[in-house]
Write a protein that binds this ligand. Structure first.
Ligand code: GDP
Ligand code: ZN
Length: 358
């Protein structure tokens, strides 16, 4: 049962200390006003975060997110449940929390495969694909590129051309042309939804992500996924989960937050996406060449020679600039956290000394 939610032996090993305390594992499928809906071996339950966990948190990133595995202490009466710990995240999608510039908020954790969805109703855009690949690689999830609305491209030659253009920049990620409208349009994506595998969809709005989710979950099953619960006043309310278990196997993350992702990328991921530029850079005269105005720059030389497309180079510089800006915010945040920790520790030390002096 837990396996179908993504549980495995590595998780079990991590959980051992909590098991000894009589706690149970749960996976977050919805957050609502600081109350978390968890899927456990014994069914769903609502839980709050232990005060100790909240106090130790240096930011929202240290609080549970949809997809997280957590340790839960269930009150003997079964009426109260408390989240005592978050198990290590294998992957995470985050964005800058609204209002607090430097704060990172995790909006989906432990996603295994991310479908990067684009629409074939518009001309294919390799630069956009590159940007999304950066986000995917940063998260740790395995990217798969989906070109949806294939039904709108009846010319097989043009379709093959679009797939080839995107495959050129996919850095090894598979590329599928599908149609959420067609009869068996999403069949090519089925193999990615093995039991226990968590999948998320990411891409510009209007490309057909919701349609694909409906398709993969099954239109009629989506209604039963919208399970009815009783609220405190005894009314029926519809509860929409943000992590849905698919009866045919696999789990799908469907949070509105995935749509407003901002880049929290790192140099490493940039390099992987722009592997060609990195390979060229080996021939730059200076080790720390910024490929900007340095003499003997092999990257600039390739642009001048026309072997490296100008727009690809410009896009590289632009992404690198955005990355530097987010890094700066992160450093500022880390410094704040460090100061706060030092303050808390200092206070604790003083209190200890005081009690000893007495
Ligand atoms: P989202 O914003 O990415 O979630 O996109 P939606 O799923 O809401 O789809 C946007 C529009 O595209 C809707 O009008 C869909 O009916 C339409 N659409 C989605 N998938 C397909 C497809 O495979 N083919 C065609 N022709 N239209 C599609
Ligand atoms: Zn250079």
């Amino acid at each position: 049962m837990l396996e179908s939610l993504g549980w495995n032996s590595a998780r079990q090993a991590e959980f051992e200390p909590f098991q000894r305390l009589g706690q149970v594992p749960g996976r977050v499928c919805l957050e609502h006003n600081h109350v978390f809906r968890l899927m456990t071996a014994a069914g769903e339950l609502l839980a709050e975060v232990a005060g100790r966990v909240k106090y130790a948190a240096t930011g929202r990133r240290d609080l549970p997110a949809v997809g997280d595995w957590v340790a839960v202490k269930v009150d003997p009466s079964g009426s109260r449940a408390t989240i005592t710990a978050i198990l290590p995240r294998r992957t995470s999608f985050s964005r800058k929390a609204a209002g607090r510039e430097t704060e990172e908020q995790v909006i989906a954790a432990n996603v295994d495969v991310v479908l990067l969805v684009f629409g074939l109703d518009k001309p294919e855009n390799p630069r956009a694909v590159e940007r999304y690949l950066v986000v995917a690689r940063r998260s740790g999830a395995t990217p798969v590129i989906v070109l949806n609305k294939a039904d709108l491209q009846p010319d097989p030659g043009a379709l093959a051309q679009a797939v080839a253009t995107i495959t050129d920049v996919s850095g090894g990620a598979p590329v599928h042309a599908v149609s959420a409208r067609g009869h068996d349009g999403a069949v090519a994506l089925e193999p990615y939804l093995a039991p226990g595998v968590t999948l998320a969809l990411l891409g510009p709005s209007g490309v057909g992500k919701s349609s694909l989710v409906n398709r993969l979950i099954g239109a009629d099953l989506l209604q039963t996924g919208d399970v009815r619960d009783w609220d405190q006043r005894g009314r029926h309310t519809s509860v929409h989960r943000q992590l849905v278990v698919r009866p045919l196997g696999g789990l799908i993350v469907d949070t509105p937050g995935m749509r407003e992702l901002q880049l929290w990328d790192s140099d490493e991921q940039l390099d992987e996406t722009f592997a060609g530029i990195v390979a060229l850079a080996a021939d730059c005269r200076f080790r720390d060449c910024q490929h900007d105005r340095e003499p003997g720059c092999a990257v600039k030389a390739a642009v001048d020679a026309g072997t490296l497309p100008e727009d690809r180079y410009a896009h590289y510089l632009q992404l690198r600039g955005e990355h530097a800006a987010t890094e700066k915010l992160r450093d500022a945040r880390a410094l704040q956290d460090e100061k706060r920790r030092a303050r808390v520790q200092g206070k604790a030390l003083k209190a200890m000394q005081k009690s000893r002096d007495r």
